[in-house]
Design a protein around this ligand. Sequence first.
Ligand code: NAD
Length: 258
Amino acid sequence: MTQITHAHEAAGTRLQGKRCLITAAGAGIGREAALACAREGATVLATDIDARALAELEAQSGSIRTLALDVTDPNAIDDLVRSQSGFDVLFNCAGYVHQGSILDCDEAAWRRSFDINVHSMYRLCRAVLPGMIERGRGSIINMSSVASSIKGVPNRFVYGVTKAAVIGLTKSIAADFVAQGVRCNAICPGTVRTPSLAQRVAALGGDEEAVWRSFTERQPMGRLGDPKEIAALVVYLASEESSFTTGQTHIIDGGWSN
Ligand code: NAD
């Protein structure tokens, strides 16, 4: 397997002085993003529903602060934002994958998918934006996917619908607050090797090797993404290096959607 190494894994200063709020930072892409932002000098508040994963992250990093947060809980979101001084960066990473076509998606799956993938971002953006507007700066980064309005992917019906909604939410916020110094961008990864992907492959049952092969074979690069590669894009969008980009869908998929 290709070993991914990045120059930015060394400590840097690209996010010095910035306060970052990250959801779903206990595992996978959110966790790598929290570590990468902290390495670049940001003050990071990492949140997740899994308190044990947060404790491990805090112990590993030494500088990241953590707080348990379920992104489907509007009161908890309001309490968190009210109790903290303003954030310069919000990375909405939490998301949920329901598998299947429209015929497999009942009302409960539809609602759960929208609650975790879209309503959560609506609530967090709404809570954090006034502080950003007041200070005249901010960068909001929303986790979408190539499985969205970019590409129809079999058996990802409601997931694709919600991730397309994330793109609409991102573009609307970007258009409304561009003049107030707030940028809002979406990240659209292809398939990334994360613990939750491994769990989903295992949960399918049957020939796991064949499932991994099918994921890999659809990638023109012949491999899956690494969470560190997505974290590098998060750092870029959080930093002043990306100061001229807003309202965009940043595709990072090893050429899958090309
Ligand atoms: P993941 O989806 O497993 O999420 C990691 C963390 O989310 C876990 O620590 C979990 O405890 C937390 N979480 C779950 N429900 C939560 C809730 N209600 N509130 C707060 N935290 C909660 O990890 P991932 O695969 O890195 O995915 C992260 C994001 O990237 C998701 O939005 C996903 O849709 C998106 N994405 C992933 C891939 C991929 O291939 N892994 C591809 C494209 C987009």
